[in-house]
Ligand binder design. Structure first.
Ligand code: NBP
Length: 479
């Protein structure tokens, strides 16, 4: 019988996605440039369901029922274009091409436009959850047309992760590149989460004087509360792990250089273009870059800092509680920034993204899956035009209660010379947003001074310029 769907690109992600589909009862055509991978998949996992192996693109396309549904799971970038070029001539009008790789949304917009001209649906789809998610249920973020989504929906819903209330973690995010955009922001938020967790660890270690195993316990406790999330859970696992070779805490034998594959950087680059401040994500990306600058770090290693004194046991326990509050408040602020970015892009590109639905599909399967996403969903369900998460009554109340501890933690970190770019950028963002007046007034006045960039006044309408190099009288800048 013809295959209901096909997967081309059978490295870890594609292979597991194909198995997930087959395990859910779909007949899956499978293809890979190097056909040894195709044969290996069928040999190893053929018993899990109905696979139709194809040696060539022609065989693969011929194996699919019409309109055809095929998923590309190859390395993002050039390889995706190469595969599209190879397959497009073999397809017919109405066929649906899903790109499940980590494409940049701008590439997805370009590819969608090109294939649409040929009558082919192109569905750029964010898939989160790594290998494990692909096999057992990822969070799936499809873009593309409504029509294509309708044809894919039952398959996507059956293979996606399920949230605690049973809802599948997938929704039609919006047209063309919306799915890949949202996946990119997901990864940006993931960077920020990881940085904030790392800062919390650093403070518990150096200021509270806790050993990694004890910090693992602290994280386990936090994971039973409002911070409950996958990343907190794995942090506890990592901190509790002992290196077999040396008997030392594992975290102490790992080189302190964090690498990156680029989705965090894309998020920040895109945020700069959209003019949306995502300082939490930016600081997280920069923190990883800084960690890798060996020469800079070596050159600065002897610079003076404060003498550190570890807190006594009682103070340490109180401090650990404050760190929980600082972590939570910073996390909410960073999610608020990520959501603002999706809001801005949705307006810019006319995507009509349902911001609550995005929170709903991140409750399971993906890397940032956090209990509090259910409340983010509820906040946007109650008010779809909520300008910032921080304005939601419940979050506002919690952050209001956490802010004294948040300030105390940042102040303590600064006093002890522990870098907390994530915590302090989040707090600065919170304080800037709530400020009655910002020193931006002075910035604009400076701009008028050196560049005649004009300014607006608080007391009357219109644009003005002061004749700074003349008699300093004010002239109207309106024509
Ligand atoms: P890789 O990103 O390592 O890509 C390997 C696959 O791409 C192989 O099937 C390879 O075929 C194929 N390929 C390449 Br490379 N160049 C090709 C070309 N010119 N024509 C045809 N096929 C080509 O695989 P992955 O780690 O499974 O990831 C797949 C996609 O999923 C990527 O876009 C990735 O960013 C994304 N993703 C990965 C994860 C994750 O946790 N790994 C999570 C979410 C999304 P070959 O076998 O013939 O060399």
């Amino acid at each position: 019988s013809p295959a209901q769907i096909g997967v081309t690109g059978l490295a870890v992600m594609g292979r597991n996605l194909a198995r997930n589909l087959a395990r859910h009862g779909y007949t899956v055509a499978v293809h890979n440039r190097t056909s040894a991978r195709t044969r290996a998949l069928v040999e190893e996992f053929g018993h899990e369901g109905d696979f139709v192996p194809a040696e060539t693109p022609e065989e693969f396309v011929a194996a699919l029922e019409r309109p055809r549904r095929l998923v590309i799971m190859v390395k993002a970038g050039g390889p995706t274009d190469a595969v599209i070029e190879e397959f497009a001539p073999l397809l017919d009008e109405g066929d649906i091409v899903v790109d499940g790789g980590n494409a940049h949304f701008a590439d997805t917009r370009r590819r969608e436009r090109r294939l649409r001209e040929r009558g082919i649906h192109f569905v750029g789809t964010g898939i989160s959850g790594g290998e494990e998610g692909a096999l057992n249920g990822p969070s799936i973020m499809p873009g593309g047309s409504e029509e294509a989504h309708a044809a894919l929906r039952p398959l996507l819903e059956s293979i996606a992760a399920k949230a605690a209330d049973g809802t599948p973690c997938t929704t039609h995010v919006g047209p063309d590149g919306a799915g890949h955009f949202v996946k990119m922001v997901h990864n940006g938020i993931e960077y920020a989460d990881m940085q904030l967790i790392a800062e919390a660890y650093d403070l518990l270690r150096t200021v509270a004087g806790y050993e990694p195993a004890r910090i693992a316990e602290v994280f386990r406790t936090w994971n039973t509360g409002r911070l409950d999330s996958y990343l907190i859970e794995i942090t506890a696992e990592v901190l509790a792990h002992t290196d077999a070779a040396t008997g030392r805490p594992f975290v102490d034998v790992v080189a302190d250089r964090a690498e990156q594959k680029g989705t965090g950087r894309w998020t920040v680059q895109t945020a700069l273009e959209l003019g949306v401040p995502v300082s939490g994500i930016a600081e997280a990306v920069f923190a990883r870059s800084l960690s890798g600058h060996a020469a800079l770090r070596e050159a600065a290693a002897e610079l003076p800092g404060p003498r550190r004194q570890v807190l006594d046991e009682r103070e340490a326990a109180r401090f650990a509680d404050q760190v929980e509050q600082a972590l939570y408040a910073s996390k909410v602020t960073s999610y608020a920034q990520g959501w603002n970015m999706m809001q801005a892009a949705s307006e810019e590109y006319g995507w009509g993204i349902d911001l609550g639905a995005v929170a709903a599909i991140w409750r399971g399967g993906c890397i940032i899956r956090a209990a509090f996403l259910d409340r983010v969903r509820a906040a946007f369900a109650a008010d779809p035009t909520l300008p910032t998460l921080l304005a939601d009554a419940e979050f506002a109340k919690e952050i209001g209660e956490a802010q004294p501890a948040w300030r105390a933690v940042v102040a303590t970190a600064v006093r002890h010379g522990v870098p907390v770019p994530g915590f302090s950028a989040a707090l600065a963002s919170y304080d800037a947003l709530r400020a009655e007046r910002l020193p931006a007034a002075l910035t604009q006045a400076q701009r008028d001074y050196f560049g005649a960039h004009t300014y607006r006044r608080t007391d009357r309408a219109g644009s003005y310029h002061t004749l700074w190099s003349g008699d300093r009288s004010e002239v109207s800048a309106d024509i």
